[in-house]
Every structure is written in structure tokens, then in C-alpha cells.
Design a protein around this ligand. Sequence first.
Ligand SMILES: Cc1cc2nc3c(=O)[nH]c(=O)nc-3n(C[C@H](O)[C@H](O)[C@H](O)COP(=O)(O)OP(=O)(O)OC[C@H]3O[C@@H](n4cnc5c(N)ncnc54)[C@H](O)[C@@H]3O)c2cc1C
Length: 385
Amino acid sequence: MKRVIIIGGGIGGAATALALSRVGIEPVVYERAKELREVGAGIALWANATHILQKLDLLETAMQVGCLTTNYQFNSHRGRELVNIPVDRFELPVIGIHRAELHQLLWRNVPGEKFILGETFDRFEFQGDGVLAEFASGLRVEGEALIGADGLRSRVRSAILGDEPPIYRNFKTWRGLTARIPAAYRPGYIQEYLGGGKGFGLMMLGKGKMYWYAAATASEAQPDAARGRKKELEAMYGDWFPAIPELIAATDEANILTTDLYDRPPKQPWSQKNVTLLGDAAHPMLPTMGQGACTALEDAYVVAQCLRSVLIAQASPTQLDPSLAFQQYESLRFPRTKAIVLASRRSGKMGELSHPLAVGLRHTLMKVMGSAISNSFQSLHAYRA
Ligand SMILES: Cc1cc2nc3c(=O)[nH]c(=O)nc-3n(C[C@H](O)[C@H](O)[C@H](O)COP(=O)(O)OP(=O)(O)OC[C@H]3O[C@@H](n4cnc5c(N)ncnc54)[C@H](O)[C@@H]3O)c2cc1C
């Protein structure tokens, strides 16, 4: 068994730990949080991601704890349909799932002692054929390779690329969970409503939970309105499609999260010798295509397969040369993730339009280009890592 250090135990790090252990490579995950947890929100796992769950033997369980999704529908803010994309035309399902359920599915299938919690990674250095990682606690650990899955503000990334902070992309988001299912909700649908500089989406997760998300243009790090998140949202969406104010009213204020949206321009290298990046650390993107976690799953599977093929190809069964595998991984993953980062940003730009004429034109174009929009989603989801 070979030991690979993973920094970060989010969806990307947990998926990598599982994918590595499935190919006989020992992962050890170091996570700064004191417990493994994900935020209370949902995720759509498109067919490109459920393919990875199938490869990891998790698809059936994911289908039990999630909810099958059949259509992705875009509407005007008052509910006029603009585009309706069937997403159930693949050999694999699309699943709406609570992030915590997905996260648990991944880490529960790896022995618990492989997750070291409460350790904040500080720096690494190359040591002989291996790599030494140092943590804020003074802990020092050696491994044959290190994978930075430490998210948007990755320290591993800054050691490799030394780049600028992530870029704020002019959107604040709100995410909520409730058991209320509006009468107007169409089962199996992800329904999005688009207005001037604002949007709102809703979808079913498993276990009878309804997940909704809202985004609006705002300057960076805006504090909550003094009257509270819920009241602010009620004012913003009060005259939208009636299911929207109904959902906001039915959600506990404590179950509403806010997040500012950032990404980074696609940039290489991700890898330096036996150290590489994965998930948001490698390619942070706006959530407008819903692919951040899905591509982190793809990365996890591909990096494990690349390490496995190098292991098999090498003459000595006890030595692993990860640098070769990481080069191969990066060359497979960079072009796809670059395209999605850029497409997500273009989609974010369209969402920024606020002048009623521009919004009307956008909606006319969406109606006219319905089948082109549908095809571009289908080709994104058709990818099999
Ligand atoms: C509003 C919103 C909606 C989204 N919706 C979707 C969606 O529908 N579908 C989808 O596919 N994606 C979605 N995403 C994107 C998705 O959430 C991310 O792409 C995904 O969570 C990235 O996973 P990750 O493991 O790479 O990073 P993270 O989830 O950020 O995990 C990084 C982990 O590293 C740990 N860490 C950080 N620094 C250190 C350190 N120095 N030492 C040790 N540990 C460290 C952190 O504590 C964290 O646990 C959305 C994102 C947002 C903001």
C-alpha cells in the first residue's frame, strides 16, 4: 500500500480518499474542521457525476437517499416557461441529494482512521522521493504524494501557483431547505426563475426535503439586512411566481445560508512533482452550471485511475512515481474543467442583466435557442470520466 496525503475532507477530498482506497492506495485525509460535515443545502448530481458514483459502487445507495430528477426548466420570474431540458435521456440517473448525504456516502466507505480532523495544513516540502506536510499544530507527516483538496482558498494551490485571491463575481446567494412542497412544483423538475439581476431555483432532494437557492447581484461581503435574511428575501421575491414566496415563508431563518460567489481564471500548473490539486482548489467555478462538486467527483476518480495505471506499469511493486500520474491527470482534467469554469462565468454574466429590455431580450433568445441550450447541457452531462 502507498500513502497519499489529502488536504481537505470536503466532497472532493472524501471522494478522492474513497477512489484511492478502491484501487489499493492508502489515503490519509487531513481536515481543519473538528468534524466531517457539509452545509445544509442540496446538489444536483448530473449523469457525469452519477457515472462516478456507479464506478465507486455508490449509485444504488445514492438513489435511495436522493430524489430522481427528470427535467431542468428555466422560466421567467412570473413562471412563463423559457426552456425545458429533459435530463433523463442517459443510461444513468440524475439525482437531487442533500450535500451531507453525499458527503457521508463517500467518507463512510473509507475507514474512519483515515480522516485526521482538526489539523490545519500549513506548508509542504519535497523530501527525497516523498513529500513532507506540516500543520499549524506542529504535526509533520510524510507521504509519497500530496493532493490539495482544500477548496477555494487552497494553501496547497498558493504554494504551487502563488496566485491572486479568488475573484468575486458580483453575486450573493441564499440557500434554504424546507419540508414544504409547493402545489405548483412539478415532481422531478429543477425549476429556475430568472428576473433582472436575480434568480431563484428549487428542486426536491430525498427524504421529502425541498431545496431552494436564490442569487442576486450585490457588492462583496454584504452583511444581512437588519430585518433578517427571510424578510429580505420576502421583499426581493414577493411578486415572483407564487411557489417562491411560499417556500421562503415556509423556511426557518436558521435554515437559510448565504454565500458570496467567487471563481478564478483557469490556470496551470496544478501539479508540481508529486503534489497536485483537485476540486475547488484546482478549478473553482460559479455554481451556475451546477458542476463544482460534480467535477470534483470526476477529478477524484481520474486521479485514482492515473495513480493506479502508473503503479501497474512500474517494475517495482513497492514504489510509486506519482509525478507521472499527476501529469496525466492534469492533462486529462484541465481542458474539461477550464471549459466549465468559463461557461459558468458566461452564464453568471447573463444573470447579471437587470435592465428590463435586456432581460426581455435574454428571455426571447432563450426561447429561440432552447434546443441549442438543451444540447449544450446534454453534452456536458454526456461526459464519462
Ligand atoms: C451557492 C453554491 C451552490 C452550489 N451548487 C452546486 C451544485 O448544485 N452542484 C455542484 O456540483 N456544485 C455546486 N456548488 C459547488 C460545490 O459546492 C463545490 O464545487 C464543492 O463543494 C467543492 O468541493 P471541494 O471538496 O473541492 O472543496 P470544499 O467543499 O471547499 O472542501 C474543502 C475542504 O478543505 C478544508 N480545508 C481548507 N483549508 C484547509 C487547510 N489549510 N487544512 C486542512 N483542511 C483545509 C475545508 O475545511 C473543507 O472541508 C455550489 C457552490 C455554491 C457556493
